[in-house]
Write a new protein. Sequence first.
Length: 239
Amino acid sequence: MGGIAFVGDPHGAWGDIRVALESRMRRDGLDGVVIVGDMGLDRPIDEELAYLDAAGVPAYWIAGNHDFDTEAYHDFLFESRWAGRNLHGRAVTLGGVRVAGLGGIFHRRTWYPQGPDDAPTVHARDEVVQRTRKGDRWRGGLPRKRRQHIYPEDVAALARTRADILVAHEAPRLDPLPAPWTEQRGFYGVERAAAVCGAGLIVHGHHHVAYEARTPAGQAVRGLDLAECWIAPTPRPGP
C-alpha cells in the first residue's frame, strides 16, 4: 500500500516513532517519511533515523521553533549528513506525490501574517544580518533565534515550485474551528504558502493536536499530535 508517514513533533520520543514506522514498513511499506520539526535530538538526525536509510525509505524534515533553542539542537539538523533533506522552501516527489515544506514559526519581529493585510517588518534574512551588529551575529550571520522565523522570501520560494501537500510547523487559519480549538491559532501565511505552490492539503505540527479541518480558502488541513505518525495514501499503479 505504501503511503507517506508525516511525523508530528517528536520532542525526543524517537523510540515510539521507530516502533510505529517499522510496524508500518513491515505491514504495508512506506514511500517516504516527513518530520514536522521540534525534534528534541540528542544525536544527528541521520544517526537517529539510520534504520530508514537501511530500509530504503526516503526521509525529509522541516525545522520547528525548538530546533533553534541550543547549538546542539541546531547542529544535529543543519550540520548533519541530512542537512540537504530540509524541505523548507522546496518540494520533492514521494510515491508520486509532491510534498513542499515551510519550517519555522511566524514572529512579530519579522512577520506575523494572521490576515492578508499584515505587512512584514522585514522581507529577507539578509536585511536582518545587515542590521545586526557583528558581535551579535551567530557564526557570522543571522542570530540563531532569528533563524527560526518565517520570512516572506520563504513563501516566494514556494511560488517557484508545485506541490500536492504542504508540510508546515505552524498551523493555518481554520474555518470553522474544529474541536478542541476554541480560538484561532493559525496564520494566513500558511494558507498563502499552500496557495502559491498549489497544495490542496496542509499537514502541520506545533500544537500537538490531531484533527482534520479546512482553511477559509478551502484547503484540507491535518494537524498532528505529539510524535504521531499519520499516513497519507499515495497513488498505486494500475494493473
